[in-house]
Every structure is written in C-alpha cells, then in structure tokens.
Design a protein around this ligand. Sequence first.
Ligand code: ZN
Length: 244
Amino acid sequence: MSSLEHTSSYYCPCCKNHIAQFIPLHKNFFEPESFHLENWNPKTEICSMCMAMDRERLYVWFMERETDLFMAPKVVFHIDPEKEKNVKNKLAIHSNLYYVSGDLKPLDPWTKALDVTNLYYEDHSFDVIICSHILENISEDRKAMGELYRVMKVGGWGIMQVPLATNVAMSFEDERVMTADDRARAYGHPNHVRVYAKEDYIKRLESVGFRVELYNIAERYSIKEAHKLGLSKEDNLYIVHKDA
Ligand SMILES: [Zn+2]
C-alpha cells in the first residue's frame, strides 16, 4: 500500500475529511465483564479532525444517505444533545429543520429542561426523534419509550440507540446495584441502570407501538465501507417508526 492510499484509508461523514486513523477510546471506558457489546469500536472511536464518535458518524451517514431529513421541512427532537455535539451542530443550523433539544439538566439556554418519562409536548409533535444513549440511564425506560411514541407524528421515525449485549437473552438490571461504583462495574458506566439484551430491547420498543428496523451499514453497503468509517459488521442502528 502506498503512503498516499494509507493517509486516505478512513473517512468521517461528520466533517467529510479523509483521515489516516481514528483515535482509540479512552481506557477509562470499558466493556463490562461477561457482556459482548454491539456498536463497540474502541480502536476507532473518535475522529481525529472533528472528534465525532463512532455512533455520530453512523447517525450522520444514515441521515444523509438514507433519509430525506435534510431536504424536507421537519420538526426534530434531540434528547441530551451534548452527547452528540456533531449531530446537534449539523441539525441545529439546517434551514429546513425546526430543531428542539431537551435534557433533564440542560447545559445551554437553547436546550429545554424536560423529563423523558413525562414530556409536556402534545401528541404527534415531532417528525424525527434522536434518543441516543438515554434509555439505559432511566429506570422507567418503557414509560420513556411510550412518551417518545406519543409525541412522534404518524409516519415519523427515530434513532433509538442504547448499549446492547448480543450474548445474553435477558436484559441485565439489578436493584441491588445502587452506587456509581457498582453500576460502573456491573453495567460499564456509573450512570447506567441496565445492560440491554438485544432481543429484549427490540421487544420493549415494540411493546409501546414502535416498528423497529435495524440498519447495518456493512450489510447495506460492504464491510469495507463500514471499516472506512471506523465501524464494523456489528454496528446496527435501531430505527423506530410510528406507522399509521
Ligand atoms: Zn470528523
């Protein structure tokens, strides 16, 4: 391989740069013992140019390639936008989008203070909902899913992403795991209250009314294309739909 090919072997859909390599995940983050996580790319976590995480790259790729999000007028609801600043920055400035962001404890004046388990929005308010790495922090996750379904317009869609284990049949949550240290050990993060099992997560989303569609970039395009973005065959997006 020539050096020229090497320098352009990776690509970031967020900043549109061809880069030599991605930055690995910080060693403080880890895969909890006994779980095999999906969407887990510790060696290619961060874009060296814009700092976009692997999941942000996948979201932006999906939105631009597979949806009409940037072409038609849409009302977008993004929960805890600080978790995905690169996605937020792209959506918030787009002229055809009415962008609403909300969080339990907002970090900027534009983000609304809200509780996802008890939203104050009317039924059928949003065309698109981005709820990424939120539900694993919420004890009453089914209630939150129900609220997101309620405020989504018929015909709307959303990205509902959580940490998922593919090697367990049941989601793991234990009320005896109380402290931040215990949660970090059990679930891989001090704020998480469970690790979802893949099939169970899909069932929970379906139980509130969503139709769930998995989007896998390696299957849709090729494993080569996935690798170029620092992703793998084990990266799936959980796209929810509210059908008529
Ligand atoms: Zn980038």
